[in-house]
Design a binder for this molecule. Structure first.
Ligand code: UD1
Length: 419
């Protein structure tokens, strides 16, 4: 298994190109199952999760070619309506094929995702929503069996704003008969991107970018060409990499409008940020001011940047409190950061971080994708050598992370590890 090795202490400087958003590409790839024909999707990040979704689409019968960050997907011969356990266990986003299969073929069998490093992560909202649209759902031997004679529009009000459930219900409703209203829909930019992709295919959706979506079902949808939006979590991670190393970095091919909560928190820390159309310039102060965050659905502070923020606060000039309201157990990075000398106390869904200028390199273990990124950031700052093990987590969501950081001047490389 690969590991990333970092000799910390270098100030990052230069320009970095942000990739397409993983969490937009994955539901959009699943949504191609809603129509028969040839799709072209550009600005797709070359990531393990994208390859897993491509593999899943091939199992279902699609022809998928991926080259130079563009996907060609031919969905004409789809004839196997199943997402097997072997794939779902490596990528929970496989659940996104449930609604498109059901909407187009009126049946689907998808392995029930289990818990993960972020906690229990149920899919009850996806299933209840599909039942409201007329699906029959049975759980048997670890699988979700869904079928319907036809799907019919309904009013659905989510008790919790869920990205995945909103995406799945949206994909079912576009081909359901009649009108569907989703209340308390999530409107993360990736859901907005999915909705815009569906509209391009011929769907009728109102309220895009708000918490109330109204969908009028259509008889069929068409294949289209589409370009994926920039990755706001990768954007945020590089902004924090610049800030933590005392660096000066320009991010290109991104969108400042989708990272406003992070940018405002970075400014509170005295980081200088300048924004242009698709660029963000970031210059670190001599000392990072401590600033607490509480994660919340968009446009609040994203849970997917919580671990990286904690690393930044580990070197701030004082104490801060970090609270995760989305995944209350998302703190596996705390023990690993402590191995580097971080001073963090966990209290239920919060962590109190006391900044120190004494981070020292050590071997640490990635426990999930964003926790892994937080350890890379810590390694960039820590004195001496940090080995980040289990890089496969990081490879799920960061395209060429060590190459991009090397271009910014980091002393970082990948090695074959023993674990
Ligand atoms: C998506 C993102 C993930 C991000 C998360 C929150 C993708 C592929 N993944 O995950 O990176 O961390 O949004 O922004 O886009 N919940 C239920 N029942 C359900 C569904 C969700 O109780 O049926 C709860 C979850 O446990 C969690 C909250 O709702 O507490 C939000 O989760 P959700 O938005 O659904 O996350 P995902 O779509 O799985």
């Amino acid at each position: 298994m690969d590991k990333i090795v970092i000799n910390g202490g270098t100030r990052l400087k230069g320009q970095v190109k942000i990739s397409g958003a993983k969490n937009a590409a994955l539901p959009i790839m699943a949504a191609t199952l809603l129509a028969s024909g040839n799709f072209e999707i550009h600005n797709v990040p070359d990531l393990r999760d994208v390859k897993t979704m491509a593999h899943l689409l091939r199992i279902i019968g699609a022809q998928v070619d991926f080259a130079n960050n563009s996907l060609r997907i031919d969905t004409c011969k789809c004839n196997f309506y199943e997402a097997p356990y072997e794939l779902v266990k490596t990528m929970r986003a496989s659940i996104y094929v449930l609604a498109p299969l059901l909407a187009r073929f009126l049946e689907a069998k998808v392995s029930l995702p289990g818990g993960c490093a972020l906690g229990s992560r149920p899919v009850d909202l996806h299933l209840k929503g599909l039942e409201k649209l007329g699906a029959k759902i049975h759980l048997k031997k670890g699988y979700i069996f869904a079928s319907a004679k036809r799907l019919t529009g309904a009013s659905i009000s989510f008790a919790i704003s869920s990205v995945g459930a909103t995406g799945n219900i949206l994909m079912a409703a576009v081909l359901a008969q009649g009108r569907t209203v989703i209340e308390n829909a999530s409107y993360e930019p990736e859901i907005t991107a999915l909705a815009e992709f569906l509209v391009k295919m011929g769907a009728n959706i109102e309220g895009i970018g708000t918490g109330r979506l109204t969908i009028r079902g259509v008889d069929h949808l068409n294949p289209v060409e589409y370009t994926v939006i920039p990755d706001r979590i990768e954007t945020g991670t590089y902004l924090m990499a610049a800030a933590i190393t005392g660096g000066e970095v320009e991010l290109t091919d991104t969108d400042p409008k989708i990272v406003t909560s992070l940018v405002s928190k970075l400014r509170d820390c005295d980081v200088l940020i300048e924004e242009a159309d698709s660029k963000i310039y970031c210059k670190a102060p001599n000392q990072i001011k401590p600033v607490g965050i509480t994660t919340a659905p968009y446009p609040g502070f994203p849970t997917d940047l919580q671990a990286q923020w904690m690393t930044l606060m580990c070197v701030a000039n004082g104490s801060s409190i970090i609270t995760d309201t989305i995944f209350v157990d998302r703190f596996t990075h705390v023990a690993e950061l402590r191995r580097l000398g971080a001073e963090i106390k966990r209290d239920k869904s919060s962590a109190v971080v006391a900044g120190t200028d004494n981070l020292n390199g050590a071997p640490v273990m990635s426990t999930d994708l964003r926790a892994g990124a937080s350890l890379v950031l810590a390694g960039l700052k820590a004195q001496g050598r940090t080995d980040v093990l289990r890089v496969y987590h990081i490879d799920r969501g960061y395209e060429k992370i060590e190459e991009k950081l090397k271009l910014l001047g980091a002393d970082i490389w990948r090695e074959e590890g023993e674990l």
